[in-house]
Design a protein around this ligand. Sequence first.
Ligand code: PLP
Length: 446
Amino acid sequence: MTMETLPSTAQSAALFARARAVTPGGVNSPVRAFRSVGGSPRFIREAHGAYLTDVDGNRLLDYIGSWGPMILGHDHPAVREAVAAALTRGTSFGAPSEGEVRLAETVTRLTGVDRVRFVNSGTEATMSALRLARGFTDRKFIVKFRGNYHGHADGLLVEAGSGLLTNAEGALGRSAPSSAGVPEDYARLTLVSEYNDPAALDALLAERGHEIAAVIFEPVVGNAGVLVPTPEFLAALHRVREHGALLIADEVMTGFRLSLRGATGLLGLTPDLTCWGKIIGGGLPVGAYGGRADVMDFVSPQGPVYQAGTLSGNPLAMAAGLATLEVLEGDPGLYTRLEAYTARLAEGLKAAAQDAGVPLSVNRVGSMLTAFFQDAPDGSVRTYTDAARSDTAAFATWFQGMLGQGIYWAPSQFESIFISAAHTDTELDATLDAARTAYAHLGGTA
Ligand SMILES: *Cc1c(COP(=O)(O)O)cnc(C)c1O
């Protein structure tokens, strides 16, 4: 398909018009609206393997994977069968069931945490982990990093990632909310430091370490585009505990994606608490937080920190998560295959961009990748400030070029794409063919 014969999107447009009348912006999560790249979103009818089919019948090669969960590809038979079997036994009990124990046993065994509590989203996981850290340390302040995203709880919508670049006031650790409706009084308790700046973190800890309950971070960032931590930054994170603060790894995106032990396992970090979401639910709504027994036993009903959920540990969701983790664990070559695909994709994108005279800087880890439209050596984009130098207009044009050829890339310069086990050489070749066309149009050499 060439860029000149664009597919029909009439049914998607009609649904979007209806959606806008009854839902804010027509979507239930903002980045789905395609605001930063223009145009209107595709409404998806079904998904199998590496492909989505929209309501107009267009087949799209999917690089979003539901923003991370679908590491096995869509409609994986093991997951489908596990959910179908659970469905015959009822959908929610409001009482404990075996699936919760089995998934908790699997998560603790794979990740090395002592205890885990299941919730319904990544947002709930980070929000609950922070309450726990405050209850455990009896301190108020938390530290997060500029451009990291930890879900939409009030205190975490401060200098948050995914394109919400806000103007810092400059002073160390001072920050403004990224969203209306977040009182300054809440934002005040969130101190912000620069990712990959160990000196800034050390300085903040030296000044205020005694007041800080926890430092929360993305061990590999996906929400400012992919950013990889430097060894010096990791060493600074290890020093957090010297100040009596807890280290909270937000592995909602990276958990079970970069390895069975997540990004922290790969990087040799041992956090006090870890948050999960996305893959842990196999495409159903699940989040979790876990860690050291002495900290986790502060959670109710064992301890004084309250946290609850009507649908937490839902039997369908537990079945989908367990089936997903079992497939991942049963296929030891899977992470290597994902990485190999992603490495070849990175090389191909870079070569195609160079041929077309389009500046591109690629960051990738495992099956996560961001191609920043900027003239910097690969791997040198290390902070949100670096990422923000990208040419978002060029990205948007390239994105539309890809979508017109049936390649469904993340609709933002500041997001990771996700490779699944269903992506094969066929998909890789199709992607690079499309990318060459899209870059050539952008570079004006076609
Ligand atoms: C997606 C994400 C969250 C939020 O999870 P939701 O399930 O969308 O609430 C939190 N942290 C990170 C790192 C994420 O990528």
